[in-house]
Design a protein around this ligand. Sequence first.
Ligand SMILES: [Zn+2]
Ligand SMILES: [Zn+2]
Length: 147
Amino acid sequence: MSHQSIDYAGRIRAHGYRMTPQREIVLDAVCAGEGHTTIDAICARVHERAPVINRSTVYRTLEFLQQLNLVVAADIHGQTIYEIAQAQPHHHLACLQCGDEIEISNDELEATYAEITERYGFDVEVDHLVLYGFCQGCRAHKAQNDS
Ligand SMILES: [Zn+2]
Ligand SMILES: [Zn+2]
């Protein structure tokens, strides 16, 4: 999904801030990653359009965009990845063996949240979770080797 379809300027204004060219360029750079993108990839894209924006400015801008919930970040396999926040929260299953990633919707965890609330009186608020494990392919491979 292109970020053009979301009124980012409006959402930034709603928080009492302005959309600046710098914020726009960083948002575009995250969006161009079409899903997860690393800080290196974002900086490279930003640099192409605006060489004057340095890495620490990109970091600061990303932090700002995260606070406004326009961008989400997660650590997957020891690397921080960024992406444009989606309307619905989603999570990731990350394979420790092959590095494969599967995206799951928040709905799939709703039952677990409800159970946690019931048992602990705790209201879970997560918007981007990474669950590590082994994917189907790697499990099949492992089962074969074990027998
Ligand atoms: Zn994600
Ligand atoms: Zn795997």
